[in-house]
Write a protein that binds this ligand. Structure first.
Ligand SMILES: Nc1ncnc2c1ncn2[C@@H]1O[C@H](COP(=O)(O)OP(=O)(O)OP(=O)(O)O)[C@@H](O)[C@H]1O
Length: 247
């Protein structure tokens, strides 16, 4: 079967402390010129893997080991410095859920704006408008013509989730299902992800919660220090991660 996500020798380089003040020594020795490699590091390097359509993949590893960076590379928000990442299909990023919202616009206007940014037509959004807003919950429904500046952070996340959960895109990227919202919202997130997976979507989930990972994912990638250490079942990836943590 043709892969839907394909990473080949994937790597990206960041700059630590971009806004670091020049030290006095640097000012004198280099007359203010910065060393072009200063603070550069590879949060991810030499990653190669393939994901088939309909696969559910959990990404595990310690804090700061490159998991969210990998999701952002798959989403196309970051561009690799080495290797390639190819995604054959559009991506629904359940990542920064209120990203793209403009505080000056109402909930209604933001729904059209963000839906449009993700490639949905205004006809599609008009047709699904009531469904999306009701999915976001009663509070958002009542405030749909109020500017988003007056929304609580939970309301923004709910509206963002409602829009992105309605994308028909085949690839679903999720960073920590349990990280946002109240208990009722989390239950809704779980039910939605289950419904989307039953439709045969492909999932890449980053999480520190073993229960979420084993509930949603069959396959697991274990990353350490930006390298892919295990590409196997989710149980194998979790076992390798637990082993490394005990050492
Ligand atoms: N825009 C950026 N510029 C510079 N460094 C960054 C940037 N984004 C992330 N980093 C650094 O890159 C490394 C990988 O970060 P990333 O968020 O991918 O880790 P993670 O595995 O998702 O961590 P966590 O489990 O804590 O969410 C970390 O050292 C982080 O501090």
């Amino acid at each position: 079967m043709a892969a839907i996500i394909e990473a080949d020798g994937l790597g990206i380089r960041f700059v630590r402390n971009r806004r670091r003040q020049l030290r006095l020594r640097e000012l004198i020795v280099r007359r203010g010129a910065r060393d072009p490699d200063a603070g550069r590091f590879w949060p991810l390097r030499d990653l190669s893997f393939r994901v088939e359509p309909g696969e559910t993949v959990g990404v595990v590893g310690r804090n700061g080991t490159g998991k969210s960076t990998l999701l952002r590379l798959i989403a196309g928000v970051l561009i690799p410095d080495e290797g390639t990442i190819a995604v054959h299909g559009r991506v629904a990023p359940l990542l920064e859920l209120s990203a793209g919202f403009s505080g000056d616009l109402t909930g209604r206007e933001n729904l059209y704006l963000v839906g449009g940014l993700h490639g949905l037509s205004s006809a599609y959004l008009r047709r699904h408008f009531d469904e999306i807003v009701s999915f976001a919950g009663e509070q958002v429904e009542r405030a749909i013509d109020t500017s988003v500046r007056h929304y609580s952070s939970g309301m923004k996340v709910r509206l963002g989730f409602a829009v992105i959960a309605h994308l028909p895109h085949p690839v679903l990227l999720v960073d920590e299902v349990t990280a946002v919202g109240d208990a009722e919202f989390r239950a809704k997130c779980y039910a939605t992800i289950e419904r989307l997976l039953a439709e045969g979507r492909t999932l890449v989930l980053v999480s520190h919660n073993d229960k979420d990972l084993t509930r949603f994912c069959r396959r697991g990638l274990y990353l350490d220090a930006g390298r892919l250490i295990v590409d196997g079942t989710i149980d194998e990836a979790l076992a390798a991660y637990a082993d490394a943590a005990q050492r």
